[in-house]
Design a protein around this ligand. Structure first.
Ligand code: DP6
Length: 443
């Protein structure tokens, strides 16, 4: 009997139950920062976000169950995570409770294989997409029916707050809880993805490394120490939310953009008001802020709006007709040695040049290699169930499939970079010389 056949016998195909889903990222235009209840992961204030098109940035996950699995295992971007995060465990437990047949899943184990199409944990809302995707997969596998609108979002929220907004497309509010019911903190769709199709987002990846202060830790320190945070929660957010939702529904970019920028600035002011302060923006972020303000000033209108989450990467919202011009500006002021690469599903003329008016009037020093790459996308839809072809698990073994592993080979078992290689060569030369000298001495 071949090994392959043995594996199939111990885990026959029909014993696997699985679901594969994709989920989008979302970018808050009125930020969530601060928890009312850490355990329930409810927010101090309501927030609102734009869901980005999952064709450009998404998380994809397969959850598989089989009686042959002895434990729950989790792979992210090609690497197995041996200590499954408590929040992942919490989401699984909560989903089990609302399964159509909870007894069936009580003692079940799962293999969860997940990937992001963009840098993980670099302030690009990868946890939002990841947890929304996990919830969508379990909802499918467990045949869950929501007991109230937004029920699933109350579980996604417990994975990561911002994840509850990634279940829906378009423009989404995460409602803070009211005094009586904690589970009344859920997400609601304000407008679907077809409402403002011209709305686009240009994501400037300034840094794709993991951030120094996680959102979870950062917001707790802000809650404990920032008086500005309290002022924002009590006096600012509600009015801003109403105004931005109205602007979104009216497709009033100038108001939408102004509020988006002001809220991003206030969030980062709170980070500075936190003790000790948190710095998420860097010099490149600040130059992008200057560039957007100058662009708007010269254009005589708010045509672009930046926002920054817990990292230095900028998201610039604009409408479709200005996308190429803004990309040209970014290329002009943040050139890369081998050209600034652009990942997008939009049909763009990537060779547009900036107008002579902009060339003459924008006053900004050129920052070479300041931006690593751009993602250009538009507003998009929520979580989606994917077909069998998209499954990330090998249905013979119940383990991550070859295509998935190959896709992540370069990142999970990274070959030594140039610096490591240089250090190793110099090290080897030094050791070699010492051995050579000591052998000559001994002779
Ligand atoms: C700055 O949702 O990552 O992106 O609930 O602790 O997981 P946890 O925090 P998380 O915080 C996101 C903060 C933000 C603003 C936002 O998305 O609203």
């Amino acid at each position: 009997m071949s090994l392959h056949f043995k594996v199939m016998m111990s885990a026959p195909l029909n014993k696997f139950q699985f679901a594969t889903c994709s989920a989008p990222t979302n970018i808050a235009t009125i930020k969530y920062w601060g928890k009312e209840d850490v355990h329930l992961n409810t927010p101090l204030n309501s927030s609102v976000s734009v869901t980005l098109d999952p064709r450009d940035l998404n998380a994809k996950t397969t959850v598989c169950s089989s009686s042959s699995f002895h434990s729950t295992r989790f792979w992210l971007n090609g690497k197995e995570d041996k200590n499954i995060n408590k929040r992942v465990q919490k989401v699984i437990e909560e989903m089990k409770k609302i399964a159509k047949d909870p007894t069936k899943w009580q003692n079940a184990h799962f293999h969860i294989v997940s990937e992001n199409s963009f840098p993980t944990a670099a302030g690009l809302a990868s946890s939002a997409a990841g947890y929304a995707c996990l919830v969508a997969c379990f909802a499918e596998l467990f045949d869950v029916k929501e007991q109230f609108d937004g029920h699933l979002s109350t579980i996604a929220r417990q994975g990561s707050g911002s994840a509850c907004r990634s279940l829906y497309g378009g423009f989404v509010r995460w409602q803070k809880s009211n005094e009586t019911f904690s589970n009344q903190s859920y997400a609601v769709q304000v407008a679907d993805e077809f409402h403002w199709k011209e709305l686009c987002a240009i994501i400037c990846v300034v840094n794709d490394q993991e951030k120094e202060t996680s959102s979870t830790n950062g917001m707790q320190t802000s809650k404990d120490t920032s008086t500005l945070l309290r002022f924002r929660v009590e006096k600012i957010v509600n009015e801003r939310l109403q105004a931005i939702e109205k602007a979104y529904l009216a497709k009033d970019f100038a108001t939408f953009g102004r509020l988006t920028m002001k809220d991003s600035n206030q969030f980062h002011a709170i980070c500075l008001d936190t003790y000790p302060p948190i710095f998420y923006l860097n010099e490149v972020s600040k130059k992008i802020i200057h560039l957007v303000h100058q662009y708007n000033h010269i254009s005589g209108n708010v045509q672009a709006a930046y926002t920054f989450d817990a990292g230095p990467n900028a998201v610039i919202f604009t409408q479709e007709q200005h996308v190429e011009e803004i990309i040209a500006l970014l290329k002009r002021f943040f050139p890369r040695t081998n050209g600034l690469s652009i990942h997008t599903s939009l049909q763009l003329n990537k060779h547009t040049k900036i107008s002579s008016v902009l060339e003459k009037n924008v006053k900004l020093p050129t920052t070479k290699n300041g931006i690593k790459m751009l993602y250009v996308t538009r507003v998009g839809g929520g979580t989606r169930l994917l077909g069998r072809k998209e499954c990330l698990i090998d249905l013979d073994t119940g383990l991550p499939n070859k295509t998935y592993l190959l896709r992540h080979k370069s990142t999970s078992s990274r070959s030594p970079d140039n610096l490591t290689l240089a250090v190793s060569i110099v090290g080897a030369l030094i050791v070699g010389s010492i051995l050579f000298i000591s052998s000559r001495r001994n002779n």
